[in-house]
Design a protein around this ligand. Structure first.
Ligand code: AOF
Ligand code: ZN
Length: 363
């Protein structure tokens, strides 16, 4: 097998950590000796041993002269665990293939340099694009200190997210809805507006066995979330943050008494300043957010430039109705030339529905 094939295996290993490693990266490692895989492992959960260390510790064979394939440059700093460069050097591994270099300033080239200084041959950039894609959340977060935001919506073929009466159960089929459940595990946070809470009273949790629920963030400018809402009532089981411009402690107290965190954020005219909210979320260690907003919040999010990606599910049905809600509302832009631009579409069929994932052109 060639280097690309081993690196692809390391990527598959890395993906097993999805949703559990945030805000740290997903990393996989494969050790090969004389053309045979003698160990493979991955970074299992945040704060735990890194992929390389796991693969080396779990290897039952002599590693002298072996090759290591790792999706991310090995670290060289004392963090929650000792540097991976140390254990690689001690193991006797003679060659390290790196998928992509680390953008964490504590590492950023220094890991590879240390290995070379110890006589280990290092090859960089094997399956580089795939390895960057694997950790796009981590790279975004470590460079901007704000979460990677994915705006998700499900609409009919005529662009409606509900009928004119507000009914939206269901637009997409079971398989697409299961995929959304998985996204709730993958991303660290989930964000919705108070209108969605008032209309649908959602729980915003991940209900798949063995997976985890995201931290819920409710954008609620004037603190109108009912205390009886499910996101409030279950706040002691799954964290709920209510973001508001209200400052009075007595208005916040009923929510905090039920286990919610209430964040007062600056106002952007009459609404929450979403950029300021993202800064705060980043400071709280939230590296990624699935935005399951309605049309008002979605428009504000695009306008304030906090969205990195759009995940749009299209169901093979038509609702019609000029009053039926659409994914992005608010005031909208005036000139077609000023549109929010999307790029690099990825198209998948999921059951009977289509999922298109686009990156948002940042201006
Ligand atoms: C991981 N898992 O497999 C690798 C990482 O917080 P610490 O001490 O665990 O260190 C995290 C940093 O280590 C992370 O930002 C990245 O730069 C580097 N590599 N991290 O969590 C891994 N290889
Ligand atoms: Zn490490």
């Amino acid at each position: 097998m060639d280097a690309e094939t081993y690196m692809k295996l390391a990527i598959e290993e890395a993906k097993k950590g999805e949703g559990f490693t945030n805000p740290n990266p997903m990393v996989g490692a494969v050790i090969v000796k004389d053309g045979r895989i003698i160990s493979k492992d991955y970074h299992r959960k945040y704060g735990g041993y890194h992929a390389e260390r796991n693969a080396i510790l779990n290897c039952r064979e002599d590693m002298h002269g072996a090759e290591l394939y790792v999706t991310l440059e090995p670290c060289c700093h004392y963090g929650k665990t000792p540097p991976c460069t140390e254990i690689i050097i001690e193991s006797g591994i003679k060659k390290v293939y790196i998928g992509t270099m680390d953008k964490n300033s504590l590492v950023a080239g220094k890991g590879a340099a240390i290995l070379r200084e110890h006589g280990i041959e290092v090859v960089e950039g094997i399956c580089e694009k795939e390895c960057q894609e694997l950790n796009k959340i981590f790279f975004h977060y470590i460079q901007t200190k704000t979460p990677y935001v994915v705006m998700k919506y499900a609409m009919t073929a005529d662009g409606k997210i509900a009928t004119h009466t507000g009914d939206s159960k269901w637009i997409t089929g079971e398989m697409a809805r299961e995929r959304v459940q998985r996204s709730r595990h993958k991303y660290m946070g989930i964000m919705a507006g108070v209108n969605t809470v008032l209309m649908d009273d959602p729980k915003l949790t991940c209900r798949i066995e063995g997976m985890k629920s995201p931290i819920r963030i409710i954008c609620d400018t004037h603190l109108k979330t009912p205390l009886s809402a499910q996101v409030v009532q279950t706040a002691s089981e799954v964290p709920t943050i209510i973001a508001t411009i209200i400052e009075e402690e007595e208005k916040k107290k009923p929510y905090t008494d039920l286990g919610c965190q209430v964040w007062t954020v600056p106002a952007d005219k009459t609404h929450i300043d979403l950029k300021a909210l993202m800064k705060k979320a980043g400071e709280a260690g939230i590296d990624s957010i699935l935005l399951e907003g309605g049309g008002t919040l979605n428009y504000s999010a695009l306008k304030s430039g906090i969205v990195q990606e759009v995940e749009m599910y299209i169901a093979p049905k038509i609702f019609g109705g000029e009053l039926a809600k659409t994914p992005v509302e608010g005031q909208g832009i005036a000139k077609a030339a000023d549109a929010f631009e999307l790029k690099n579409p990825k198209i998948e069929q999921i059951g009977e529905d289509i999922l298109i994932t686009w990156e948002v052109e940042q201006c």
